[in-house]
Design a protein around this ligand. Structure first.
Ligand code: ADP
Length: 576
């Protein structure tokens, strides 16, 4: 895992070197004080050299001034390094997200992705610099004080070292517990985020059903789980920190007593004894720091592991080697023996479907709900890959075309329009980024949208709100059609585009859709048979595939599935 993380330092080796050099300097500077004390006690004070003492003091002031400088550089540039790494990690995960299969998003909750991108990466940024800094500072202090202590009195030093195995044993026992506890913390936090995301974006549904209490209860569950998981981990931290500092203090007491005895016997000088005691503190402190680093490392590794889970998810829908750029597509679409299922173990949604649509032709697809109409259409732009058979555009298998050029050739107008928070203009121009104002207006006019856009307070610059909440269904629909006029794809899929509208809007939209589909291969997924009465060709899709096709009158006369759907609708119209 570390091997995967190290490359993130690469662009910032200069910063890293500066940071670590400062850490080294700080570690060394901290070794000076006990040695200075020893000199004052053993040499300067007995000699009564007060001028020397003053000079010595000034020297130390200078040293600590330098140390302060180093500390600032470390604090500042260390965090700069961390935030740079965070930036790169976030960039990588975001880019990767957009390469993933549609299926990944079917299976992964938004809140989960959010907490990985926001929370985990923040932790990683902190750890990415604190950890190496701490390792160097603590390492220098540890080794430095160890060497000096051995030099002062090796027997005393051995007494101190006897404590170390106990400390290491103690901390490694806690390692595994930490890792588990932190992973659980992260996971429960992700569940909480996921819930917040869902209940905020679905707030209208929550209110409409008056289900606030239910949502609150569900949230409280997650919140309580996080609390107990967090409390469990702080318990581990508590036991751990207490144990470690108790062991260090024990070391200090041992030195005090054993060293006091040695000084009384005269085998060490008083200055050396005092210095030794000060070094012991400097010896145990880094052990504590290292132990804390370990704790941070666990946290970071858990976060990075979850980051890698996403980054290592390989998309299966990718450009094949030598994929062909689709250029000037005519729009012949053919399904040959196409079978498809949404996932292993799930039932097949489509079973050996055959279908030929010539360039420029309009076909309407009807059938009972759940028959796979939407699914069929989403296979053309390769939102999912089929299991068997082939789908071709102008005779080329869609799997042999580049995904970008394929999707450029297919336009999808969905019933559930998704607008981005921004202006009306931004949302129309989304159809072709960089379109001029005139083009945007022309597209809006073609979509019969200009009139209502002009009546908005700021016209094209009116903000639509998150997902377009400030617009009506029909208005959103027209913006999405305008967007499609700009995109100008040769193949068009209209997914139940008019089923939820009032008659006036529907007429306006129908007219603009007719205009849009002119000269394009068009698939209309329709629920209301009235809207496709005049379609040149109607396909009836059921669980058994395309069971009937033809014109409305012929299909009604044939008395099959279409006839039954038609009768049911006529009946329901009469009833209402
Ligand atoms: P239609 O458009 O004809 O109403 P769909 O194509 O939406 O039908 O759905 C066909 C079947 O596939 C349904 O049984 C539905 O439950 C299932 N389905 C649709 N989308 C998904 C998905 N993303 N993951 C798994 N199953 C799905």
């Amino acid at each position: 895992m570390l091997k995967r993380f190290l490359p993130y330092y690469k662009p910032y080796l200069g910063l890293l070197a500066l940071d670590l050099a400062c850490a080294l300097g700080l570690g060394l500077a901290d070794l000076v004080f006990p040695a200075a004390t020893r000199r004052v006690v053993d040499v300067i004070v007995p000699a009564g050299d007060m001028a020397g003492l003053a000079r010595f003091g000034l020297l130390l002031v200078a040293l600590y001034a330098v140390r302060a400088g180093l500390e600032f550089i470390l604090g500042y540039y260390g965090h700069v390094l961390g935030v740079n790494i965070q930036h790169d990690l976030r960039r990588d995960i975001y880019r990767h997200l957009h390469t993933l299969d549609t299926r990944f998003f079917d299976d992964t909750k938004t809140g989960q992705i959010m907490s990985r991108i926001v929370g985990d990466l923040f932790d990683l940024a902190e750890i990415s610099h604190h950890l190496p800094e701490d390792l160097i500072m603590a390492g220098v202090r540890l080794i430095g004080s160890l060497v000096v202590m051995l030099a002062i009195d090796w027997r005393l030093a051995l007494v101190v070292f006897a404590i170390v195995p106990a400390q290491v044993l103690f901390s490694s026992t806690f390692r595994a517990r930490f890792r588990r506890a932190f992973r659980r913390n992260k996971e429960t936090m992700a569940v909480i985020n996921e819930h917040i995301e869902e209940s905020v974006s679905g707030v209208r549904v929550v209110r409409a059903f008056g289900n606030e209490d239910y949502e609150r209860a569900r949230f409280d569950d997650g919140n309580a789980t996080f609390r107990s998981s967090r409390i469990e981990s702080v318990f581990h931290i508590g036991v751990f920190n207490t144990g470690v500092s108790f062991l260090s203090n024990l070391g200090l007491v041992i030195v005090l007593v054993a060293g006091g005895y040695a000084a009384w016997r005269g085998s060490v000088s008083v200055g050396a004894y005092v210095a030794f005691a000060l070094y012991v503190a400097r010896f145990f402190q880094p052990i504590e720091v290292l132990v804390r680093s370990m704790e941070q490392f666990q946290e970071g590794a858990a976060g990075f592991g979850r980051f890698l889970e996403i980054v290592d998810t390989k998309p299966t829908i990718v450009d094949a080697p030598g994929a062909i750029e689709l250029a000037s597509v005519r729009g012949d679409v053919e399904f040959r023996e196409v079978s498809f299922r949404y996932g292993d173990g799930l039932e097949r949604v489509l079973e050996r479907v055959d279908l030929r649509v010539a360039a420029g032709e309009t076909v309407a697809i009807v059938g009972p709900s759940g028959a796979g109409k939407t699914t069929l259409c989403s296979l053309i732009p390769r939102f999912y890959d089929i299991e068997e058979g082939s789908i071709t555009v102008d005779g080329l298998d869609v799997r042999e075309a580049t995904i970008a050029s394929l999707r450029q050739a297919v336009g999808l107008v969905q019933q559930d329009v998704f607008l981005f928070s921004g202006s009306v203009r931004d949302n129309i121009a989304y159809g072709r980024l960089g379109a001029s104002d005139e083009e945007v207006e022309a597209a809006a006019a073609a979509a019969n949208a200009l009139e209502f856009i002009r009546s908005l307070p700021l016209g094209l610059d009116t903000l639509v709100g998150e997902r377009g909440v400030k617009l009506s269904g029909g208005q959103k629909q027209r913006i999405s059609i305008a967007r499609m006029f700009l995109k100008d794809p040769p193949i068009l899929i209209l997914d139940e585009a008019t089923s939820s509208l009032d008659t006036m809007s529907e007429l306006a939209i129908r007219e603009s859709l007719d205009r849009l589909s002119r000269g394009r291969t068009t698939f209309i997924i329709a629920h209301r048979l009235a809207t496709i009465r005049h379609a040149a060709r109607i396909l009836v899709l059921t669980e058994d595939g395309v069971v009937e096709q033809g014109r409305h009158d012929d299909l009604v006369a044939a008395g099959g599935v279409y006839r039954r759907l038609y009768d049911a609708q006529v009946e329901s119209l009469l009833v209402s």
